[in-house]
Ligand binder design. Structure first.
Ligand code: 4NP
Length: 156
């Protein structure tokens, strides 16, 4: 089993969208028994909350489930439990690395560094921009690239 964790700041807008969209993609590819998916935030303000209304509306429009999803905070244990820890922007990557244990073997990657077709490398935060559609396009392209990487690295 390959374990993937998406991380943003609040775990209510971007990383839950990535979690739900990647889970949908992985299921459509028939790899849901090979790849497990979760998300977390580096901040603790929204722990226990469902995804933001903007993320829920966007996922509803696309028929993608977010059932049972609740925000949680990134912890040091995540570096043991996940193979890929995927940040949404450079600030998330700094925050993730600030608590990364020395012996961690998890790969910490900024999502859009994987998407060679995207010029934008940080997924903008829709909590401030209000633009959830823009986020969905970037996340979809990053998720596609991430799946290709995992398939290649794990011979799936
Ligand atoms: P996210 O967006 O990191 O994409 O979930 C945010 C959500 C909440 C806050 C910041 C960003 N906040 O400051 O509460």
């Amino acid at each position: 089993m390959v374990h993937v964790l998406f991380v943003c700041l609040g775990n209510i807008c971007r990383s839950p969208m990535a979690e739900a969209m990647f889970r949908d993609l992985v299921k459509r590819e028939g790899l849901d028994r090979k790849i497990s998916i979760d998300s977390a935030g580096t901040g603790d303000w929204h722990v226990g909350h469902p995804p933001h209304l903007g993320t829920r509306q966007l996922l509803d429009q696309r028929g993608i489930s977010y059932e049972g999803m609740q925000a949680r905070q990134l912890s040091v244990d995540d570096f043991e439990n996940f193979d890929y820890i995927i940040g949404m922007d450079a600030s998330n990557i700094n925050n993730i690395q600030s608590i990364e244990p020395k012996q961690s073997k998890a790969r910490v990657i900024r999502l859009l560094d994987l998407a060679s077709d995207q010029l934008v490398k940080d997924v903008p935060d829709p909590y401030y921009t209000g633009n959830f559609d823009e986020v969905a396009e970037l996340v979809a392209s990053g998720c596609q690239a991430l799946l290709e990487l995992i398939k290649m690295e794990h011979s799936l």
